[in-house]
Design a protein around this ligand. Structure first.
Ligand SMILES: Nc1ncnc2c1ncn2[C@@H]1O[C@H](COP(=O)(O)OP(=O)(O)OP(=O)(O)O)[C@@H](O)[C@H]1O
Length: 275
């Protein structure tokens, strides 16, 4: 399958990768990816089928997996930075969160902030403010290991935001959330990105969320970039068929919202292959 040639990034603003490759044993998971820039101040999506390399791309951009190539944030190379300096600039929220410790939610927020910043007098009110904005202030003193999956995902997001990174890399951040919290988190991330110039990149499976909330998206397939640009422009019927094996198109509603209309799927050989 041909890949879309992606020219090296022309601007220094945002997050870009150049020649990024990741191997696990004999398998190449990401093939020399040059991509970006993901712009600051808006929400961006990483899309693609199961096993296409989305989590690996996010982990490589965040420095959590050994990779060849460059990761540039506003022109500054993140690869090669000392761990703490990189953590201050860029925060990655993985798809599966580590087994929670028997700490309170508030304590985990304070600990997460310490990864990147020295302690400050207003750390506790600031952490409580994030829980408030996330809609989970009532959980502040609950032990993390007693929370539901969705509640833990919200705490993880509050931890990430409370670190005030310049780039936030979120792997399926909405996967355990009910519709109220999905909307609330998207609105909060969009507000924060616009306010602070954050580069916010999310792995998403829900194409409607990408269409309606994200200004820029990249589509991965078999460890390569198939498209990069505005979701409404790149999610064509031909691409949806080639990538997801669905017969689908994007319709526009009366309020200007976009939504996927799926007519059918191909059912043969559906098991995602190792790339
Ligand atoms: N530690 C590992 N060792 C070997 N192979 C791996 C490892 N991690 C991921 N892979 C392989 O790399 C490929 C990409 O995995 P990745 O988790 O990045 O996909 P993904 O697009 O995030 O998938 P999903 O949508 O299912 O979460 C898969 O084929 C997977 O089996």
């Amino acid at each position: 399958m041909n890949t879309v040639p992606t020219a090296p990034p022309k601007t220094a603003t945002g997050l870009s990768v150049q020649g990024l490759s990741v191997r696990h044993g004999h398998h190449t998971i990401l093939h020399d990816i040059t991509l970006g820039p993901f712009p600051p101040g808006v929400l961006c999506a990483v899309l693609g089928p199961n096993g296409s390399g989305k989590s690996t791309l996010l982990r490589a951009m965040g420095g959590l997996v050994p990779a060849r190539g460059r990761v540039l944030l506003h022109g500054q190379a993140l690869d090669g930075l000392p761990l703490k300096a990189r953590a201050r600039l860029c925060c990655t929220l993985p798809q599966s969160l580590p087994e929670p410790l028997r700490l309170s939610v508030l304590e985990t927020l304070l600990a997460a902030r310490r990864v990147a910043h020295p302690a400050q007098a207003d750390d506790i009110p600031a952490a409580l403010g994030w829980l408030e904005r996330m809609g989970i202030a009532s959980l502040a003193l609950r032990p993390l290991n007693e929370l539901s999956g969705g509640q833990r995902q919200l705490v993880g997001l509050a931890q990430a935001l409370s670190r005030h990174p310049r780039a936030l890399l979120l792997d399926e951040p909405l996967s355990a959330l009910d519709p109220h919290y999905q909307y609330r988190v998207l609105a909060l991330l969009r507000e924060e990105a616009a306010r602070s110039g954050l580069v916010c990149i999310m792995v998403l499976h829900d194409l409607n969320q990408a269409l309606n909330w994200c200004q820029t998206a990249c589509i991965l397939h078999e460890g390569q970039v198939r498209a990069f640009g505005a979701p409404r422009t790149i999610l064509t019927p031909a691409l949806l068929h080639a990538i997801y094996r669905i017969h689908a198109c994007v319709d526009t509603g009366t309020q200007g919202q976009a939504f996927m209309s799926v007519q059918g799927v191909e059912t043969a050989d559906q098991v995602p292959q190792k790339v």
